[in-house]
Design a protein. Sequence first.
Length: 124
Amino acid sequence: MKRVVRGQPVSQAKHEQARQLRQRMTPAERILWQALRKSQLDGYHFRRQQVIAGFIVDFYCHAVRLVIELDGAIHAQRSGHDAARDRILTQHGFHILRMNNATILENLPVALNQIRQTIRHIQV
């Protein structure tokens, strides 16, 4: 179970897709990444566009096994797919935090506090 992220087989196509997603981040992803990169959020190290169990997640913190997914308008149409994906990741022992793009764009401090609260909850 612990080797789901490190040492997992990742196809060249999936690796390339993750790389392209890092290059074409949405405005909300860019803003959140600037706040998370270089362990700026309470010393927690985050990765962006990380491949986990065959999925590419928006942000991932290995220390607490936290996946952060940013949801924009497209996710309203993909709610069934997102729910199935979340179930699989949860079965692998990951914690999922879904955040609305609007929260990031309009009130980043609230979003960062929500991430902090989630991390505290995981660690309890």
